[in-house]
Design a protein around this ligand. Structure first.
Ligand SMILES: Nc1ncnc2c1ncn2[C@@H]1O[C@H](COP(=O)(O)OP(=O)(O)OP(=O)(O)O)[C@@H](O)[C@H]1O
Length: 254
């Protein structure tokens, strides 16, 4: 069963076509980088794969289920298998690190249960969170206020929150844009290591082409909402990059 199957899938916002007739199959445990200029549709595609937005045309299957046929309850269950790390991490800065991580299971627990966990976490849950933070090298931050952490440490908290969800799929929307190149590299490396050790499907949008080529076996290049490249990292040559990134005069005048 594929993690994702898109067939002739489009997304429209009003009159604007953000994604146009995409055909994409993504298998379990694939690690895929999404590249393309700003506005090419990377975030929109990730949101579609996270069932946050719906297609205006075509088919979307997530983990073997056609999303447009699902009840809201079933859709929530399906989404609980997918962890999404948004562009700005989505952490609540006033909360302590363990509380932000617990929020990763919001879809799986009742709201009341989650609130109780945040106030009085069970020992076994704290142990799980400690173990995840430990594997990411920041166990000592467990009780710290999230706002007191550096940008790189906050990225790891966002990753810990995603892993605490025990997902099958990890979607990450350029979570390395706000840090220095060395930190960005180590985060991308860590995400790939965790995904391959746990056989997670990893799909990440990224502006840094070198990192995309170095770490992700498959790369999809979007241009104006269409697939301009879908292939291996090794075949992503200068000609393919030019097709993905070359600005035409229409785009320059927008
Ligand atoms: N809710 C929306 N309503 C209208 N237009 C939207 C909406 N969301 C996205 N768009 C448009 O769709 C296009 C694709 O946006 P998207 O955020 O997917 O691009 P992106 O490739 O992720 O860009 P970036 O690299 O800057 O994050 C853009 O032109 C954007 O303005």
């Amino acid at each position: 069963m594929a993690s994702f199957h898109l067939s002739n899938t489009s997304v429209q916002f009003g009159q604007f076509h953000a994604l146009k007739s995409l055909h994409i199959d993504i298998q379990p445990a694939e690690r895929l980088a999404l590249i393309g200029t700003s506005g090419s549709g990377k975030t929109t595609l990730l949101k579609l794969l996270n069932a946050q937005i719906t297609a205006s045309q075509g088919e979307v299957q997530i983990l073997g289920e056609k999303v447009d046929t699902l009840s809201p309850k079933r859709l929530r269950q399906l989404r609980s298998h997918i962890a999404f790390i948004p562009q700005h991490l989505g952490l609540i800065s006033n909360l302590r690190v363990f509380q932000n991580i617990m929020l990763g299971r919001v879809g799986k627990r009742s709201t009341l249960g989650t609130l109780r966990d945040l106030a009085m976490p069970a020992d076994e849950e704290m142990q799980k969170i400690f173990d995840i933070l430990n594997s990411l090298g920041i166990a000592e931050k467990l009780y710290q206020r999230t706002s007191s952490l550096s940008g790189g440490q906050q990225q790891r908290v966002a990753l810990a929150r995603a892993l605490y969800q025990n997902p099958e799929v990890l979607l990450a929307d350029e979570p390395v844009s706000a840090v220095d190149p060395a930190r960005a590299r180590s985060m991308v490396q860590l995400l790939n290591k965790i995904a391959s050790e746990n056989k997670l499907t990893l799909i990440m949008s990224i502006h840094n082409i070198e990192l995309a080529q170095e770490f992700f076996p498959r790369v999809i290049g979007l241009r104006g909402g269409e697939i301009s490249y879908d292939g291996t990292n090794s075949q992503l040559d200068p000609a393919a990059l030019e097709r993905i990134y070359k600005l035409n005069t229409d785009e320059l005048s927008q």
